[in-house]
Each structure stands twice: as C-alpha cells, then as structure tokens.
Design a protein around this ligand. Sequence first.
Ligand SMILES: [Fe+2]
Length: 238
Amino acid sequence: MKRSDINKTILQAIEFCREMRFLLPAFAYWTLDEWPDKIGMAEEIVDNQMGWDITDFGTGDFDRTGLLIFVLRNGNFTDQRYKKPYCEKILIQNEDQILPTHFHWRKMEDIINRGGGNLMVSLNNAVSDTEPDHKSPVAVTMDGERRSFGAGEPVRIRPGQSITLEPRQFHKFWAEPGTGRVLLGEVSTVADERVDNNFPEYDLRLPDVEEDERPVHLLFHDYQMVRDRASWPPAWRR
Ligand SMILES: [Fe+2]
C-alpha cells in the first residue's frame, strides 16, 4: 500500500470516530515526530501490536478488499511480562468493502456494531484449514441468544447488536449496501496478527508499504522504524 493512502485512511478513520463520538486514546494521535520520545515508555504498545493496522491484503484495492483496525489494548501470546488475557479493538467497515473469509486459530471474539450502518456477516464451519463447509449450519450466540444460520447465509448485525465467533469459525464481513459505514467494536481474547489469522484466499496480512509520502501516524508494524531513526529518508526529518 502507498503511505499516502495509509495517511489518508487513518485521518478519515479519526474523523469517523469523532462523528460517532468514539474517543480514541492519546497514542492514536502520536505523530512520527513524537514517537521517538514516547517509545521508551510505551513498550506495551509496541510489543502487543497496539495502534493502527490497515491492510488491503496485497490487492492494491483497499476500497474493495480491506481492513482498518485500531487496537486499544491487548495481551501477548508468548511474552509473560504482559498479563492481559483480553484485547479490545475498533474496526471500520466501509460500504462496498469486504473483509475476506478467515478464521482465527486461537482467538475468540465478540464483534459489536457500535453504530453507523448495518454489518453483514457470513459464517461457515471449517471442513479443513483452507476449506469452508458450504452445507452444515453454523451455531453462534448473539448478545447471549443461541442462534443457528445456514452456511454462508448473510446475518444482519444492527447498531448495538453483537455476535460471538469461536476459533476456527470462518467469517466474512461487509456493510449492508445503502446503510453507510460501520464502526465495529471487538472484544476478544488476546490477538496476534502475525500468527493467528487464517485467510485461505490471501497470503499477505501485513502490507508492504511504498513510502511515497512522510508518515503521519504509524501502523503497528512501523514501530521498528522509530528505533531505526538513523535510516530515515531525509524527507522524514524535521
Ligand atoms: Fe476475525
């Protein structure tokens, strides 16, 4: 993805959160220039993949196939210094944009419609690691209520409602056309974007970034560049 598109997408997300009256923590706004002063005290953010996470899955078409996340809090699969067994995120699902079919090997998650349009979800059980089951019904709970849906059947999640997804349950998201962009919350067990995603159709979860512009806010996988300040291109220095 181009850095200019990442910058634009983060600024739009901040604006949408403002519209939806969802308040983000301070580190959502830290700039490239502020990060070097912050990083010494912010290992929890760096080590646990907190902050901005945007991907187009390598498609070059974020508007159609993409994902925007901000991780507010998270624990760690392996680092015992971090005790949180939970994670909280927000996600923004744009109209005409699909979050492709995937499951998580370990993470159990509640996906909550925090406002905006309707979220549509389709669900499949897994026949194998790469193959959704197109026949068997899928059992879930929605706000504590037991429900069953046909394989791949679109399930509507209206503002205020949520759905609980278990590990190895395939899921795909989109916003219901005509209802607008959706602000999603996610409350889950610990998340690890490097090892706990299984997207059968896409290999690339964390995009390569084409640096065509100075970064404004950083993605979680950019934090290494803060420690590597000496290697910054001259255009990034102030
Ligand atoms: Fe997921």
